[in-house]
Design a protein around this ligand. Structure first.
Ligand code: AMP
Ligand code: FE
Ligand code: FE
Ligand code: ZN
Length: 291
């Protein structure tokens, strides 16, 4: 178990409800085992894991922060917006998440159809590795490719067949990040831009960032393995200038990615700011962390 010198707070994880490899309750149990005191479940475009995560948090004695990672798209690039403590019954948000999930299914079917023209892969192979109702993504196609022995791992699949320049890439519907930010705020949640530097310093230009802040962006996920040092410096400067919340997280996907729980963490004061701004739902106080 890692010993954190401050409360270990990890605000970005995935379960089988999207593209993680563990059940929501298991993610929470793993977080407790890793020595974390608070963990957010942020499955892509769904809140379906919250109930199980909440029960597990109360069981193992850890704070659970309900969240989502909302898919959006800008200039053909995907942009992920974390949404903390949204109202899970907000109808506009529910409709938008459903639309994204449905589009993800038809997009994955189309990709598999194209891949199936060149490799021994069918839609049934993808269904066999996907939890019913999960937000379907390329990671599930990757798992099917691994199961069929066509690639070694998810990472290898993303570097080849599933790469956006790999010849089989199809986009899915997603709102603009400006709309994603507004939708999350409307639903009482706090929007935090996920891994803004994951495409390097040019991944998110300052003008777009300022536009997102104007739309209501609450924070930046600065501590993330995909943000390099140069991006982090810029992000911290923007955060200071606009008094934004700064988070750090693992983006844990179970065995689907090398990311380890707690590899980046968030300061307690920053989590408090998220909770202060949120009106959509409440943290689950399963442990001793005073918020
Ligand atoms: P999609 O949203 O379906 O286009 O797939 C993107 C998802 O794939 C992201 O949420 C990541 O979790 C996952 N992903 C992206 N790159 C990799 C990689 N190199 N290895 C494993 N998973 C990845
Ligand atoms: Fe993911
Ligand atoms: Fe992401
Ligand atoms: Zn993520």
């Amino acid at each position: 178990m890692t010993t954190f010198d401050k409360p270990g707070i990890d605000l970005h994880t995935h379960s089988v409800v999207s593209d993680g490899t563990e059940a929501p309750g298991e993610v929470i149990r793993q977080a407790a085992r890793a020595g974390l005191e608070a963990v957010a479940l942020t499955d892509h475009d769904t809140t379906a894991g919250w109930a199980q995560a909440r029960a597990a948090a109360l069981d193992v004695g850890i704070t659970f922060i309900p969240g989502i990672e909302f898919s959006s798209q800008l200039n053909h690039a995907s942009v992920h917006v974390l949404g903390y403590l949204i109202d899970p019954a907000d109808e506009v948000m529910l409709a938008e998440m459903q639309q994204v999930r449905e589009s993800r299914v038809s997009r994955a079917e189309r990709m598999v159809q194209m891949i199936g023209g060149d490799h021994d892969l069918s839609w049934d192979d993808v269904l066999a590795v996907t939890e019913p109702g999960a937000t379907v993504g390329r990671p599930h196609i990757a798992d099917a490719l691994v199961a069929k022995g066509l690639v070694e791992s998810r990472v290898a699949a993303f570097e080849t067949i599933l790469h956006w320049r790999g010849g089989y890439y199809v986009a899915h519907y997603a709102p603009s990040p400006f709309d994603a930010v507004k939708l999350i705020r409307r639903a009482g949640g706090v929007p935090v831009l996920a891994h803004p530097g994951s495409r390097g310093r040019r991944g998110m230009d300052t003008e777009t960032l300022e536009g997102l802040i104007e739309a209501g962006l609450g924070g930046l996920e600065v501590g993330h393995r995909e943000n390099d040092a140069a991006s982090r410096a810029i992000l911290l400067e923007v955060a200071a200038r606009h008094d934004l919340i700064v988070t750090g997280s693992s983006d844990y996907h179970g065995t689907g990615k090398p990311n380890e729980l707690g590899e980046n963490t968030t300061e307690l004061g920053q989590l408090r700011r998220i909770i202060e701004q949120a009106t959509g739902s409440e943290p689950v106080h399963g442990g001793g962390l005073r918020l």
